[in-house]
Design a protein around this ligand. Structure first.
Ligand code: SF4
Ligand code: FES
Length: 368
């Protein structure tokens, strides 16, 4: 099908994946299965150029991410440049490499927000999932430091079958740290998450229990803590609007400069991604095949094409459609109008019931 290229405004946000290096090894990492070694990372000058191009395009937010973005010693320079260009800066971090000096330094250079991920509330569980002994303790210290420095904090609680019992405690932890926002995000199943799905996917009953906990806490903590709640699509009737629609609000720049509509887009076979070292960011955003292929509604199959939700969920998630049907252009099977929906629900139900605890840790590529 010929992709349509509707007129498109600037992206809201840039996700700058500065490095795939990370001291943690979470089995649901959103990074690709094959990762760029440190030598493939763009240098400071190239990243600054990306930030300047993003500002020229009208990008309002930059999320510094990875891997672990604080492995880059030049993070401060990037934060400062974004700040001087009037872009809101957020650091998405595991927190294990930060100390008071570094965090204060980042805040002094203009960092406006920190998003800290937790693998659980129990030290043994959390360290096992993250694959780093002592990691949980370091995260607790960083959360406390953020409060002392006065950096607005979001806690990101990644939930799955093996840490579901920690949910209440994680909510309380966010309150105790003075976080303003808690993202309770069930693992999404592509890349490493898909590879480890049998060990991570909750049962429907577990998911319903977690949802009830979040609903009750949301009510109880009104005005104290804002909740973002992301459920695994497998038990949904309608898919999420992944990334706010393909190529509509976000762009990801990988450590080596490849520009993608989402972090899992590389899983789509035959899709080529241009790099910011070869073509201006604006042109890639507006014209590249990778961004126009699934932008808008022209690419949609039926029943999406004539569905009244097509401009609400933009057809769901292309990477999930690929992972579950083998075709990135298929109806997202999370939707109950998809011919694959019942098969996916059955698969999820059986897999979650079988429940293995063994997972494969994320591995970083050779030469890291
Ligand atoms: Fe969304 Fe397509 Fe399902 Fe309609 S048919 S709800 S557009 S995925
Ligand atoms: Fe790629 Fe949803 S993760 S479109």
């Amino acid at each position: 099908m010929i992709a349509t290229a509707p007129q498109i405004g600037p992206p809201l946000a840039l996700l700058a994946e500065l490095s795939y290096r990370c001291p943690l090894r979470c089995p649901y990492c959103s990074n690709p299965l094959e990762m760029t070694a440190a030598s493939g990372e763009m240098d400071t000058g190239k990243w600054i150029d990306v930030i300047e191009q993003a500002a020229d395009m009208g990008v309002l937010q930059i999320h510094f991410s990875g891997g672990e973005p604080t492995v880059r010693k030049d993070l401060e320079d990037m934060v400062e440049r974004a700040e001087t260009l009037g872009i809101y800066t957020n650091l998405i971090t595991s927190g294990v490499l930060l100390d008071r000096g570094r965090l204060q330094g980042l805040a002094d250079r203009g960092l406006q927000h920190i998003q800290l991920s937790f693998q659980g509330a129990d030290e043994v569980v959390a360290d096992r999932i993250g694959g780093l002994k002592g990691g949980h303790g370091k995260k607790l210290e960083t959360a406390k430091l953020a409060g002392e420095i006065g950096l607005p904090l979001t806690i990101n609680a990644v939930m799955h079958r093996q840490n579901m019992d920690d949910l209440e405690t994680m909510i309380q932890m966010a309150v105790d740290f003075g976080a303003k926002r808690l993202e309770v995000a069930h693992v999404q199943y592509y890349g490493w998450g898909l590879r480890n799905r049998a060990a991570l996917l909750p049962t429907r009953a577990q998911l319903e229990h977690a949802t009830a906990i979040v609903d009750a806490a949301r009510e109880r903590l009104k005005g104290v803590l804002v909740f973002d709640y992301v459920v695994p699509d497998y038990y949904a009737k309608r898919p999420k609007s992944c990334m706010g629609g393909w190529g509509r609000q976000f762009l990801n720049v990988s450590p080596s400069g490849r520009v993608m509509p989402c972090h899992a887009a590389e899983t789509i076979p035959g899709m080529e991604f241009e790099t910011v070292t070869e073509r201006p960011l604006l042109e890639i955003w507006q014209q590249s095949d990778a961004f126009t292929r699934f932008r808008g509604t022209g690419w949609m199959p039926e029943p999406c094409r004539s569905c009244d939700r097509r401009e609400l969920d933009w057809g769901g998630c292309r990477c999930q459609a690929l992972a579950l049907t083998g075709d990135a252009a298929a109806v997202d099977p999370a939707c109950d109008k998809s011919p694959d929906h019942e098969r996916i629900v059955a698969l999820a139900t059986n897999e979650a019931a079988a429940g293995s605890d063994d997972f494969e840790y994320r591995r970083f590529g050779e030469g890291a």
